[in-house]
Ligand binder design. Structure first.
Ligand SMILES: Cc1ncc(COP(=O)(O)O)c(C=O)c1O
Length: 443
């Protein structure tokens, strides 16, 4: 077991400025001084001043290789020159006209050109707003109220999107069932009570912590339509990260509605819903009042976000950023998994451009490392492993590597081979330190 907390003392020693800011923050922000759940860490996460490409720097001058990457929104890396230029130029021309403008049209046309299911496009301030509207559209279209969705899938913090059992939510019309179980899906849909079937693209939780069976996802549209339900695919993480056509183009499915966020708006806050014209025509003012949906939202399609979205989407079109991020992810998994095997640690790095680190019992060796080494979702989501991940997160931060919770490594096109080599070394050193202090066990 840990004998003394040298790591925390060391970390505080190299992060005095961040500690001072954290001490101020706990008097202001209720969540241990943090402004987002994943920014909570004991003793505290660093406070940052600037970022560029794959790197970011904290108030104490410490440099990090960044794998948080704007919670997945920055597949181009920090401050891509094309996005910076577009936003700077637009800021000088006005951030909000409160009117229509050509930028919103250009952005929507770019999205439409990449995603063939996008017959219509609407913009929002973030991904979860798009999901909320997808539910509303499905209810109006079907005349039903119930929503079917999956355990472990994440769609936002709103009542009908939040994780099952979250405090304070009212989600009476939402039914949450296990992932990857087609029989249960059909049993529910056959009641013909469901307006929408909501599915997270790419697998559950941050683009694939829990693997989604390809046969399962390919059966979704057919099953939904058989029982008159709208199939909504949440591509907030995967849209334009997995491919220019989104994850749906990789697996070959056509959702009725797709929700987008993160990468779509090039690093500024934005979201979109795209999909079938006959469903989205509920926004048309000629629609009878009982079927008309009002789409307000102060920040919808504001010129600043549109300028970033256009600059980014123009770069996504040829698939080059996605390929680069994919290559760096492959390299990280390959080198990192070698380290885990050499140290005989139960665990694997897996998935696609958002690499997940699973530390736990291995049930089988999948044919490739896009898949987790266990089919047991309970083991992957096991909350008992949170302290180990938090400890690894701190060890990695102290070695200049910023991850989400010591579990998620989000790659971008701006990462370099040297970044990955440095990361693997830091991971190896962190694991050695954890074995020595007794915070990680070997079988
Ligand atoms: C799959 C998925 N859907 C929706 C959301 C919510 O998006 P936002 O935070 O932009 O509201 C997230 C956020 O991480 C997400 O991962």
């Amino acid at each position: 077991m840990v004998t003394g907390d040298n790591l925390v003392a060391e970390y505080k020693g190299t992060h005095p400025g961040s500690q001072r800011l954290h001490e101020r923050a706990v008097k202001v922000f209720a969540a241990h001084g943090a402004t987002h759940t994943v920014r909570v860490l004991d003793p505290f996460r660093p406070y940052f001043t600037h970022a560029q490409g794959s790197r970011k720097w904290d108030v104490d001058g410490n440099e990090y290789i960044d794998y948080v990457m704007g919670h997945g929104g920055l597949i181009l890396g920090h401050s891509h020159p094309a996005v910076v230029q577009a936003v700077q130029e637009q800021m000088a021309k006005g951030a909000h006209y409160g009117e229509s403008h050509e930028l919103e049209l250009r952005w929507a046309e770019l999205i439409k050109s990449m995603m063939p299911t996008a017959e219509r496009v609407e913009f929002f301030s973030c991904g979860q707003e798009a999901n909320m509207m997808a539910i509303r559209l499905s209810r109006v279209f079907t005349g039903r109220k119930k929503i079917l969705r999956f355990k472990e899938n994440f769609h936002g913090w709103g009542d009908e999107l939040a994780h099952e059992g979250s405090a304070g939510i009212v989600a009476d019309e939402v039914n949450i069932i296990p992932f990857n179980d087609l029989v249960k899906v059909e049993r529910e849909l056959a009641t013909e009570e469901y307006a929408a079937l909501l599915t997270e693209g790419g697998g559950a939780f941050a683009g694939g912590r829990v693997h989604i069976d390809t046969d399962f996802v390919r059966a979704m549209p057919g099953l939904a339509h058989k029982y008159g339900t709208v199939w909504v695919l949440d591509e907030v993480v995967t849209g334009f990260r997995d491919a220019p056509g989104g994850w749906q183009s990789v697996v070959g499915v056509r959702p009725d509605l797709t929700t987008l966020g993160k990468c779509v708006s090039g690093g500024l806050p934005g979201g979109a819903i795209v999909g079938r014209a006959d469903i989205m025509d509920a926004f048309d003012p000629k629609t009878p009042p009982e079927r008309l949906i009002v789409h307000s939202g102060t920040w919808n399609a504001n010129p600043l976000v549109c300028s970033a979205g256009i600059a980014a989407c123009e770069l996504y079109q040829d698939g080059e950023p996605q390929r680069k991020a994919g290559d760096f992810a492959d390299y990280l998994r390959e080198r990192g998994n070698k380290v885990l095997k050499e140290k005989a640690i139960n665990g694997r790095l897996y998935s696609r451009t958002i690499v997940h680190l699973y530390l736990g019992p291995i049930d089988y060796e999948p044919s490739d490392d896009t898949m987790p080494p266990t089919k047991d979702i309970g083991k992957i989501m096991d909350p008992a492993r949170l302290p180990v991940r938090a400890r690894l997160c701190l060890h990695l931060l102290q070695r200049g590597i910023a991850t989400m919770n010591g579990e998620i490594f989000i790659l971008s096109a701006a990462h370099r081979k040297e970044d990955i080599d440095q990361t693997v070394q830091a991971l190896s050193d962190s694991l050695d330190a954890m074995i020595a202090e007794g915070t990680i066990a070997r079988p």
